[in-house]
Ligand binder design. Structure first.
Ligand code: C2E
Ligand code: MG
Ligand code: MG
Ligand code: MG
Length: 282
């Protein structure tokens, strides 16, 4: 009887599921075409020293410039790209584009690139990174790979092995969205991260919720104890910056310093030929 009920409910939802499935297949095909048509682009968000506001680097964030739907943010297509495996190709595009871009800057600023857990499961991530570094000539120490703890959840020994190989290439590894997962502390013990990025939900709650202040204080203290620099994400106000400066949190990232933008608009921060920079802004 249970089986019949199941079948019944399945039939009931079928048209809707079919629609969803078709929409997803369509999105999947659209994404592959979009990469060929060069519709994916990177926006760059500055990261700065908390005390001085001096820019130390940029995080590359992918966008889809859809001819009909306009600019699509990663939350609307990255999960689907992870589901269907396309993120491996897209991630390689992001890595190559960001490294090529950073290698052209006059100032040796840092460049951060997000990696998906799926890139650890499929393809040869280490070989890809090695290849891109070779191709672009970027100093590996300028490249920071951002991972969330979801990378470590499925097959921790495999993930740790890949992370060690990546560090062997001379690149840095940051723990992104720290504090939102289930066992972030265990992962800090398992791997020597080069940076901890406090999730922006804690910073957003700073002046509304007393607990978030204690949590941020604890994470910055943890970073100090481990000798790992901490970046606060989502800093939008001077009050938040002042609080983080007082804690001696190394870096901040957020709308206060700058929103993610196309690279042309950031030319003044990148050093080099002033005339060329002005032209790019115009
Ligand atoms: P993330 O890596 O934690 O990136 C930070 C996100 O916070 C970005 O959203 C950024 O625009 C947003 N943000 C930064 N400062 C502020 C602020 O002051 N206020 C608010 N409200 N938001 C702020 P975005 O660009 O929409 O990216 C969302 C997420 O998508 C990223 O979170 C990352 O997990 C993922 N993502 C983006 N690009 C890539 C990529 O190339 N590959 C992979 N695998 N994931 C990516
Ligand atoms: Mg990130
Ligand atoms: Mg983050
Ligand atoms: Mg995130």
């Amino acid at each position: 009887r249970a089986k019949e009920e199941l079948r019944g409910s399945y039939r009931f939802f079928e048209p809707e599921m079919d629609l969803q499935l078709r929409a997803r297949r369509q999105l999947q095909m659209d994404m592959r075409d979009a990469l060929k048509r060069d519709e994916f682009c990177l926006y760059y968000q500055p990261q700065a020293e908390t005390l001085t506001g001096v820019i130390s680097g940029f995080e590359a964030l992918v966008r889809w410039e859809h001819p009909k739907r306009g600019l699509i943010s990663p939350s609307d297509f990255v999960p689907e790209a992870e589901e269907n495996g396309f993120i491996v190709e897209l991630g390689e595009f992001v890595l190559r584009t960001a490294c090529k871009e950073a290698a052209s800057w006059a100032k040796p600023l840092a460049i951060s690139v997000n990696l998906s857990p799926v890139q650890f499961q499929h393809g040869d991530l280490v070989e890809t990174v090695r290849q891109v570094l070779r191709e672009t000539g970027l100093d590996p120490e300028r490249l920071e790979l951002e991972i969330t703890e979801s990378v470590l959840i499925d097959d921790i020994s495999r993930a740790l092995d890949i992370l060690k190989q990546l560090k062997g290439l001379g690149v840095l590894v940051a723990m992104d969205d720290f504090g939102t997962g289930y066992s972030s502390l265990a992962y800090l013990q398992a791997f020597p991260f080069d940076r901890i990025k406090i999730d922006r939900s804690f910073i957003a709650a700073l002046h509304e919720n007393k607990h978030s202040e204690a949590i941020i204080r604890a994470i910055v203290g943890l970073g100090r104890g481990l000798d790992v620099p901490v970046t606060a994400e989502g800093v939008e106000t001077q009050a938040q910056q002042a609080f983080l400066a007082e804690l001696d949190c190394a870096e901040i990232q957020g709308y206060l310093i700058g929103k993610p933008q196309p690279i042309g608009l950031l030319a003044p921060h990148l050093g080099g030929d002033e005339k060329k920079a002005t032209k790019q802004v115009a």
